[in-house]
Design a protein around this ligand. Sequence first.
Ligand code: THU
Length: 160
Amino acid sequence: MKNIEIKTKLKVCTMDELTAEEKELVEIAKHQTENSYCPYSRFHVGAAAKLDNGVIIRGANQENAAYPSGLCAERTTLFAAGANYPEVPVNTLCIACFTGGHFTETPGAPCGACRQVMIETEHRYGKPMKVILYGEKEIFIFENAADLMPVGFFSEDLKG
Ligand code: THU
């Protein structure tokens, strides 16, 4: 038996360290929290994805009285991107979380199911998808989705 250690990497920064393009995406993700439908959790998540053709896809979490029928902001966004621009790689995905009357100080961590969808989105286009997680105090930047999901499950794994 051998033990292995898996490390990941991310940048921690503030708004003034972002590029103009990144800032724009953050502002859209923040704005999108207003479109969250979250009467059950009151946790508003907004998302924005910039595609390689420059189009920005907007999303927000959508809840349901049948709880598991709801969907996270990341997946509403990535699925809308795939449904509308199936041939265009997603360049950057950004999310922001708003609860209790303010944006969270530290970035919200995407759930495992969203990470799984992120790595497949990245994998299907064969290009890194940057992920920006917004927090009022600090912002996390992952240069690619795989850094959020080591030992992921991919289509190749279905072949056994
Ligand atoms: N949620 C997201 O939209 N994205 C995340 O990364 C974490 C959680 C949503 C799901 C649910 O509507 C609410 O936040 C509380 O879990």
